[in-house]
Structures are given as structure tokens and as C-alpha cells.
Design a protein around this ligand. Structure first.
Ligand code: ATP
Length: 602
């Protein structure tokens, strides 16, 4: 019987081809073709159906098992493919797409003996699982079980009180069945109190696990990361692949993982199914962490954001609406908008030089190389666009600082109103300037700022903060400082701030960047609402709002000058006062399920 191989994606090699029956047996027979990315299923009997074929994308597949008939006399072997493709479903108005489980069982019956049929069924099951796990195979590969790694062992940590409190139910109904189909073995532990997960991961034997997965919101992942960083063997421990299955109200990292796979932005159980699917695929991406230090000397590792002002206010004040799930942030935003606060403070940052290769921003201002006011004549100047403000994404761009920005110096710098030349420097020039700033002229050698280690932080583990100086000292001269009234300051290093807040579309897990955004006082409520509404789709940068600035940086410091306020790190409240952080490039590992090289295929 003929099947049209041309029906497979152009250029994609057919790895396996065969003709099988189905289970339950209804006399139907199918021709199957397996390519690197798809399983093509074409009906042959009773009626060849050349126009209609089913294509299962392997990105939607979690696993494939072989089975035997319960009737001993039956010499057939079976293989069953488990997939969660997007299917249309009717909703109140129109239709939407959701992932629905599909289990397709094929009967291998061409040989007389069961063992021979089993060999064929196993070959298909192994090939499909290799492709799901990203193991390279070609039509030349001798396909055998030895290609597969041993089943992964995951430590699942579940916060029963995360989000609306249905993590356990979702875990039983959705997560466990899927990971069982993927042949992942696991231990599930429910956390009993705050910091339970943090303590647990401090004492686990790393060799026993292939990954730790937080079934929760972002808060539990924060505990896991910091627990691992508190271990004496933190360097090895933090390499443990970490996963997140969204069952909280703040599911930012899950949304970023979902986006990375090229999946549609989604929420709730749909997001959970997508993330569980990706967990089953198992690929791991390096993840940047930001070490965050507060004035009291406490140091923690953050994977998501540091927020001050509007965003942290909403986050913490909306705790009381926790029962609403992620809708708590929408309500919190409305409440906070009604009494919009501004906060005076000093924001300093070390611009990231790497973006200089990108196109420059729309406009720029010039500031002194010591990061102070652009009023004094100093031998070295640079423009903000040279410092890495850039268009580093597909459809939108960073805003430059306002020409009218009050970019303040350290208190000692006398302001002057003189206009001054605005030379533009290349990236190389900027790098030299940064180096010159860090050079100790007396000794003639390059002096990096001494790491921000206070007596308290000396006990902390983790990589040293080479960009930072202690919080009680002025920032290094190569930094830029802006003193103003802010509506919000946000240092973010993931694409999402919440599952439906696509805040930094240009961010990537290990881009080595902190995306520092701030909104200055003067923005109207209407503009702020527009900004947050557009953030759902990630189009807020297209609004060209003059009060909004976003800059890629390596390190930052926030010094509130307003007495009261809220600062959060990854959505968790920390002491209010000066706080600073710096990026540590790719120190952790996140289970993203698929690496970006593969995305283009799907
Ligand atoms: N069993 C528990 N009882 C109480 N608190 C817990 C428990 N387990 C974890 N926590 C804490 O609950 C907080 C919120 O957890 P999680 O992120 O999982 O849920 P969430 O609903 O998304 O909350 P948020 O969005 O505020 O982070 C975390 O700070 C975590 O330390």
C-alpha cells in the first residue's frame, strides 16, 4: 500500500515508516511515518484517506510505552503514544484552543511471534522517546533502548496553599498522570510551612535527583534557589535542574518557559499542562541569577525581579485577594491606581555594554562618565545610547532617557546649567572609559570595585559581587545615577512579571542582563492603565510614553528617599531601604523543556 511521503514536512527526513493496526481493533489500519518533529498518521483501511492525515507534533508528545495483549494467544505487540495537542473547543463566545489528552495505540502484528512484534513496537517507542527528550537520531541510527538515559528522578515540592489552594488537586489530576506517561519517577513532598522547601533542599543528597520542581507560584522556587545557594556545595547544588509547574498566583517563570517553547500565552490549568509537557521533554537552559543585598547585609539570589513602588505595592497589598488567583493583581492594580503614590529616590546602575552592537535607541541624552549630571564639563562623556540602550528585540524598543531627565550627581557634584558637547562614543570607547574609571591611577593597575561584602554578608555563599561596593559607599564612577520621583522601579530578568504580564519581551533566561525599567512621576493614570493593559501582549514599549525608561544593566542600586514603601524581591517583601543587585550569568539551570534551536522547527 502506498503512502505519500511527500506529505511529511518538506526537508524533514523520515526516520521510521510502518503499517499498523489500532487498539481497540476495529479493522482499521494506518501508515505511520516518524520525522524529527512529527508523527504522521494516515488511514489505509477501510478507506485510504490521502486528503486527511493526522499529524502529531512531537513537541505535544510526552511519552510512548509498549504494551502486550492480556490474551496470551495474541502475538501482537502494541505501542501507545501520549500527546497533549491543542484542539479547538467551543466556549460561550466563539471557540478557543486548549490542550487535550490523546492516547493513540498501534498494534504491531506483521510477525508471527510476539518477540518479533515487540522488537518493532520497542523501536518505535524508543525512537519517539528519543525525539521527545531531544536525543539526536537519524534514519541511520541503530535504534535500541541503550539510546535512552535512565528514567529521570524528580523531587516535586508542592505548596498546598499557593494561589487558590488547588495545587494538590491539580497535581493529582494533571501533573502526575502526565509525568507517569513520560516515565519520570518522583517523590512528592507537600511543604508544611514557609521556608520548609528552603530547609529541605539544604540537606538533600544531590546525586539522588535529576531535578527539583516547584509546584507552586514563584515564591517556592525562590526558596529552592536560596536553599541551594546556602549549601556549602552551592556551586554544584545550584546546577541542579530546576523546574516550575504553575499552581500559584504569581507564575512568571512558568509563563516565560511557556513562551520560550513558542506556545501561546495562556493561564491557569492550560499553562500548567503546557509547562508539564515541557517538563516531560526535559531540556535545560542556563538561568541567570541576581544577587541582591540590603542595607542590613542580607544577601539573597533572585531569578525574577526587584520592585519598588507601584508594582511591589500591588503585589503585597493584593495578598488579601489571594483567593482570586492571578486576578488578585488586576484588582490590586485598580485599587492602587486610585491612590497613586510617587516615591523619591536615587536609582543607580551599571549599564550593560554588550548591547552596543544593536541599533541605538530613539533618542539619548549625554551624561558624564562618572554617571553624574550632564552639567559639568568633564574630560569623558558618553551618551546613554552608547551605554547599551538598544533595540534588542523583535517589535519594540527601549525608550531613552528623557532629554529633560534630571540625572543627578552624587550630592557633592555642583549642578551647572551650561550646555556641553554631546560626543557619541563607540562601544570600544565606552569600554575604555569604563576601564579608565576603574583604574587606580596611583598604582596604574585596574581596580575592580571591592566586592560588596559587609561583616554580615561574609558568611553568605555564592559567587562574589564584583560589580558592587558596599551599600554604605557611593556607587563606582562608571555607574549612572538618576534621582527623581518615581511611580515605580522594576529590575526584571525574565520576560514575564506574572503569567499575563509580558513585561520584558526582550529578556532571555541567560542573557546576562537585568532589564531596569522605571516610570517617573507625572505619568497620568490613563497612561499607566494603558501601559499595563498593553503589557498583557508585550506591546507597551510601542506606546512611546515619555515617562517610561528601560535600560539593560549589569547591576543596580535603589536608594529610597521616601520614608515608607515596599520593596519586593521575586514578589517577596524585603526590608525597606537601600538595595542593590548584580547579575550572575547562567549560574543556575532551568528546565525549559526545549531549547531555542528547536523552537524554529515547531
Ligand atoms: N505550607 C506552606 N504554608 C505556608 N506558606 C508556605 C507553605 N509552603 C510555601 N509557603 C510560602 O508561601 C509563599 C507563596 O508561595 P507560592 O509562590 O508558591 O504561591 P503564590 O500563590 O504564587 O504566591 P506569590 O505569588 O505571593 O509568590 C512563599 O513565600 C512560600 O515560602
Amino acid at each position: 500500500m502506498n503512502i505519500v511521503l511527500g506529505a511529511c514536512q518538506e526537508g524533514s527526513e523520515t526516520l521510521l515508516h510502518g503499517e499498523f493496526g489500532t487498539y481497540p481493533p476495529k479493522g482499521t489500519r494506518y501508515a505511520l511515518s516518524l520525522t524529527q518533529t512529527e508523527l504522521h498518521i494516515q488511514r489505509l483501511v477501510p478507506k485510504p484517506d490521502t486528503d486527511h492525515r493526522t499529524v502529531l507534533r512531537l513537541i505535544d508528545v510526552v511519552g510512548c510505552h509498549t504494551k502486550r495483549s492480556q490474551t496470551v494467544a495474541n502475538s501482537s505487540a502494541f505501542f501507545c503514544v501520549y500527546a497533549y495537542p491543542l484542539k479547538k473547543r467551543k466556549v460561550a463566545v466563539g471557540s478557543s484552543r486548549s490542550r487535550q489528552r490523546v492516547a493513540k495505540t498501534f498494534q504491531v502484528d506483521s510477525a508471527e511471534h510476539y518477540e518479533d512484534n515487540l522488537r518493532v513496537a520497542e523501536k518505535w517507542a524508543v525512537a519517539i522517546r528519543c525525539l521527545v527528550l531531544g536525543i539526536n537520531i537519524s534514519s541511520e541510527t541503530e535504534i535500541s533502548r541503550s539510546l535512552l538515559p535512565r528514567p529521570r528522578r524528580l523531587l516535586l515540592l508542592l505548596n498546598p496553599f499557593g494561589g487558590k489552594g488547588n495545587a494538590l488537586q491539580w497535581c493529582q489530576n494533571h501533573i502526575l498522570p502526565m509525568i507517569t506517561e513520560a516515565e519520570v519517577s518522583f517523590n512528592l513532598i507537600q511543604t508544611e510551612r514557609q521556608n520548609h522547601a528552603r530547609e529541605l533542599v539544604q540537606s538533600i543528597s544531590l546525586a539522588e535527583w535529576d531535578g527539583i520542581v516547584a509546584i507552586s507560584g514563584d515564591g517556592l522556587l525562590y526558596e529552592v534557589i536560596n536553599g541551594l545557594m546556602e549549601r556549602p556545595d552551592w556551586e554544584e547544588a545550584i546546577k541542579m535542574p530546576l523546574g516550575i509547574l504553575p499552581c500559584g498566583s504569581g507564575n512568571a517563570v512558568a509563563a516565560a518557559v511557556n513562551l520560550n517553547a513558542g506556545f501561546e500565552q495562556t493561564l491557569g490549568q492550560e499553562l500548567l499542562t503546557s509547562c508539564t509537557l515541557l517538563l516531560c521533554h526535559g531540556a535545560v537552559s542556563p538561568l541567570d541569577l541576581v544577587s541582591v543585598t540590603t542595607l542590613s547585609g542580607s544577601r539573597s539570589f533572585s531569578f525574577l525581579s526587584v520592585a519598588w513602588g507601584f508594582i511591589s505595592d500591588v503585589d503585597i497589598e493584593s495578598e488579601k485577594y489571594r483567593h482570586m488567583g492571578s486576578a488578585r493583581f488586576t484588582l490590586g492594580t485598580m485599587v492602587r491606581l486610585a491612590s497613586l503614590n510617587t516615591y523619591r529616590g536615587r536609582l543607580s546602575f551599571l549599564p550593560a555594554p554588550d548591547c552596543a552592537g544593536h541599533r541605538p535607541i530613539l533618542r539619548s541624552i549625554t551624561m558624564a562618565s562618572n554617571g553624574s549630571l550632564p552639567f559639568q564639563r568633564t574630560p569623558l562623556h558618553r551618551t546613554v545610547s552608547d551605554m547599551g540602550l538598544c533595540e534588542e528585540r523583535r517589535t519594540f524598543c527601549y525608550r531613552g532617557l528623557d532629554p529633560g531627565d534630571e540625572t543627578t550627581p552624587s550630592p557633592s557634584s555642583p549642578p551647572s546649567s551650561s550646555s556641553f558637547p554631546a560626543p557619541s562614543f563607540s562601544f570600544e570607547t565606552l569600554s575604555e572609559n569604563l576601564m579608565a574609571d576603574g583604574k587606580d591611577s596611583r598604582e596604574g593597575k585596574l581596580a575592580l570595585p571591592s566586592p560588596a561584602v559587609s561583616p554580615t554578608t561574609r558568611q553568605m555563599r555564592g559567587p562574589p559581587d564584583n560589580f558592587l561596593v558596599p551599600l554604605d559607599q557611593p556607587v563606582p564612577k562608571s555607574w549612572v545615577t538618576v534621582e527623581d520621583d518615581f511611580v515605580l522601579v522594576l529590575a526584571i530578568y525574565q520576560t514575564h512579571l506574572g503569567a499575563d504580564l509580558y513585561t520584558a519581551p526582550f529578556a532571555y533566561f541567560n542573557d546576562g542582563l537585568i532589564h531596569l525599567a522605571y516610570v517617573k512621576a507625572g505619568i497620568s493614570r490613563a497612561a499607566l492603565i494603558r501601559l499595563f493593559l498593553a503589557m498583557e501582549k508585550g506591546t507597551h514599549f510601542e506606546q512611546a510614553c515619555p515617562h517610561v525608561t528601560c535600560i539593560p544593566v549589569r547591576a543596580f542600586r535603589i536608594e529610597p528617599l521616601t520614608q515608607k514603601g515596599i520593596i519586593t524581591v521575586d514578589g517577596e517583601r524585603v526590608e525597606y531601604g537601600p538595595i542593590q543587585g548584580q547579575i550572575h550569568h547562567g549560574v543556575a539551570n532551568l528546565i525549559t523543556g526545549i531549547n531555542p534551536v528547536k523552537i524554529s522547527k515547531f
